[in-house]
Design a protein around this ligand. Structure first.
Ligand code: AMP
Ligand code: ZN
Ligand code: FE
Ligand code: FE
Length: 281
């Protein structure tokens, strides 16, 4: 009966293919899945096919890295048209920024006499939306670091020597983009950054929902955001944020979102779609 609406695949920094992820989720008894790769919707068609083969419900998804008043905020998009031309154009732009950032991060490492070839990072990433986890994997493979945590701690975390700031879309722009593509916008894992003071602003900007259930939320944090969702009339979502074998065991199964929340999300998506088709006609 349950859903996982926050999953990463090899199209960004996860280690599963959409097919592997769906097979494993099906084995665990999930009935509804989304895919929320960073700044790409490329995995949606394969995920949709795999879900259909296993008789699972699929909701197109994405996780956009955005920013609001200097704070990095992740915005989950659901239910949009994965072939929407403007959405695809913007994804290309976000991916170009990510690729450029990989070059800059590796250049910093090379300046520190760490002879990591940038080609190796891109080969390991093997996707259009690479990120720091791919640099970390290359550092581990090269024997520079023992594990991904060490790579982040020594080099890649904010303000560490190989960290490079990244241009990000603003949250209101991200919300508008998702809306124009026929989708809804959900604040991802609010417990991981202190976004509470700006929540009223984000709601005014059109935010539709809030991810209350997340692997890294304690029960207290989940309760707090469930209350805020009620106060602001936001839909509630949840997911494991599984990245496969990126960090220890896969997180798939750690969050099982109840069907009532999926139903409310689907209603919100249907309302958005109706609004889009009215505007389009
Ligand atoms: P980026 O999008 O390039 O800024 O990279 C962010 C990604 O790095 C997120 O998806 C996190 O899951 C991942 N990440 C952050 N810290 C760590 C860490 N200590 N170990 C492994 N992955 C991490
Ligand atoms: Zn990630
Ligand atoms: Fe995130
Ligand atoms: Fe995520």
């Amino acid at each position: 009966m349950f859903a996982d609406l926050h999953l990463h695949t090899r199209f960004s920094d996860g280690t599963y293919t959409p097919e592997e992820l769906v097979a494993e989720a099906h084995r665990q008894g999930f009935v509804t899945l989304s895919i929320t790769d960073h700044d790409t919707v490329e995995g949606c068609p394969a995920m949709a096919r795999a879900c259909a083969e296993h008789g699972l419900q699929f909701i197109p998804g994405v996780e956009l890295t955005a920013e609001y008043e200097g704070l990095e905020v992740h915005i989950l998009g659901y239910g949009f048209d994965p072939g929407h031309p403007e959405l695809l154009e913007q994804m290309d732009r976000f991916q170009a920024v990510r690729q450029q950032r990989i070059h800059e991060m590796v250049a910093r490492l090379n300046e520190m006499n760490i002879p990591l070839p940038v080609e190796r990072v891109f080969a390991l990433a093997n996707c259009r939306s690479p990120g720091r986890p791919h640099v970390a994997r290359a550092l581990v493979e090269a024997g520079v670091c023992r594990d991904l945590d060490e790579a982040f701690e020594r080099f890649l975390k904010k303000h560490r020597p190989a960290w490079v700031p990244k241009w990000k879309v603003s949250v209101p722009e991200a919300i508008r983009l998702l809306h124009r593509a026929g989708g809804v916008a959900v604040l991802a894992h609010p417990g991981l950054y202190y976004a509470d003071p700006v929540l009223p602003d984000l709601v005014r900007a059109g935010l539709d929902g809030i991810e209350c259930f997340h692997t890294k939320h304690t029960p207290t944090v989940t309760e707090r955001y469930l209350a805020l969702a009620g106060r602001y009339g936001l839909v509630v979502t949840g997911g494991s944020d599984c990245h496969g074998y990126n960090k220890g065991q896969p997180l798939l199964g750690s969050i099982r979102l109840a069907p009532e929340f999926v139903e409310r999300l689907q209603h919100r998506i249907a309302a958005r779609r109706a609004e889009c088709s009215m505007k389009g006609s």
